[in-house]
Design a protein around this ligand. Structure first.
Ligand SMILES: Cc1ncc(COP(=O)(O)O)c(C=O)c1O
Length: 388
């Protein structure tokens, strides 16, 4: 047996703690509550997606695929990217199928960043983005959005740039605040990244979850930006297949091959039969599928935001994605973690402490609720919130 001293953890290990989301989910399961903490997305998988994946298993598509993914899926992604996003991508050299958007970002960082490189993240941010950077010895630098309306303070963004800044990350629609970046905002960001010659990572996993008048704009479609942008997305949310681990990225051919080698090294490939399922969904599902999904999530958003408002947990109404940040000032607790636990104990509804999405010391008065739930579960959560 190794001596205790041989089992020293790496220097970065203390930075990577279990996410609040997972620990709230565990606690919620223990209590038999309704979990609005995690974006588990337990709605049904579209029939063409599930049927093709099952058929692919039976037809023997169970071995490693090409490291950049099967041709039918890369073709389907390139066509979808052109049709929906307006991005031109060659499926042979500019599309990489990955182990979820998570694997895409991990591999892209390995290929493009050096230890100590600073990467700008708008705050509130998705915890995995910050931790992926830390895990690779890069430095996440939070640029706070204006509280409540999530506007960008461009002076603040400029001030955050140092000689070590290498990249900027845009998550639109955003987890956790639901911000959908406008074309005007993206144009101003484009001018800044051009001036400072930065890489841009975009995480567009919620691209189809946009409500009312909001419109999803891909940063890579702004003039001159495609060559410096790594566009990341996936099917986890759109097809309710978070456990399948199928995502992708689109990048300039000059770097895509190397990102692919790093992805191969970490994940080898996305699950082969599930790649077939995802491709079938992209090819078969009409625009109406995506529009109906957005309408469905908008009504779930309204249901949850209504219940939160009635309880005095004033929500910031999201324009996209499927999370709500709500003001938790009236819930007892010294900090957001305690408030989340008070709420769970009092109502059986799990939410996540806002601090999970902010740099140290911020987000203490916020809780994040997820509405990617079956209608009846969400209704139950709204009823339970009434106990507060
Ligand atoms: C912003 C964001 N990116 C990526 C992911 C994970 O995507 P995937 O399942 O494709 O790895 C999530 C999941 O919650 C997310 O919120």
């Amino acid at each position: 047996m190794a001596s205790a001293s041989a089992l020293r953890l790496s220097e970065i290990s203390p930075l990577i703690v279990q996410s609040e989301i997972r620990s709230m989910s565990v606690e919620c399961d223990r209590m038999g509550g309704v979990n609005l903490a995690q974006g588990v997305c337990d709605t049904g998988v579209p029939a063409p997606v599930a049927e093709r994946a099952l058929a692919a298993i039976e037809q023997g598509h169970n071995i490693y695929t090409r490291l950049d993914g099967i041709a039918v899926l890369r073709d389907a992604i390139a066509q979808k990217a052109l049709r929906y996003n307006g991005i031109h991508a060659d499926p042979e050299s500019e599309v990489l199928v990955t182990s979820g958007a998570t694997g895409a970002f991990y591999a892209a960082c390995l290929a493009l960043l050096n230890p100590g490189d600073e990467v700008l993240l708008f705050e509130p941010f998705y915890g995995y983005h910050a931790n992926t950077l830390r895990a690779q010895r890069a430095v996440p630098v939070a640029v706070p959005l204006e509280n409540g309306n999530w506007a960008i303070d461009f002076d603040r963004l400029r001030r955050a740039i140092t000689p070590r800044t290498r990249a900027l990350l845009i998550n639109t629609p955003s987890n956790p605040c639901g911000k959908v970046f406008t074309r005007e905002e993206l144009a101003q960001i484009a001018a800044i990244v051009e001036e400072h010659d930065l890489i841009v990572f975009t995480d567009e996993i919620y691209e189809y979850f946009v409500f009312e008048g909001a419109q999803h704009v891909s940063f890579a479609t702004l003039p001159g930006m495609a060559s410096r942008t790594i566009t990341i997305s996936g099917l986890s949310k759109t097809f309710s297949i978070t456990g399948w681990r199928v995502g992708y990225l689109i990048a300039d051919r000059s770097v895509l091959g190397t990102i692919g080698y790093f992805h191969d090294l970490t994940y080898v490939c996305a699950p082969a039969p599930l790649q077939h399922g995802a491709a079938a969904g992209l090819v078969a599902l009409p625009d109406e599928y995506y529009q109906a999904m957005a309408r469905d999530y908008q009504s779930k958003r309204d249901l949850l935001c209504g219940a939160l408002t009635r309880m005095g947990l004033t929500p910031s109404i999201p324009a996209g994605a499927y999370y709500v940040l709500a003001d938790a000032s009236r819930i007892a607790g010294a900090n957001a973690r305690e408030k989340a636990r008070t709420l769970l104990a009092a109502t059986g509804v799990a939410a996540v402490a806002g601090t999970a999405f902010f740099a140290e010391g911020r987000g203490e008065n916020l809780l994040r609720f997820c509405f990617a739930k079956r209608e009846e579960d969400l209704q139950r959560a709204c009823d339970l919130l009434g106990k507060l």
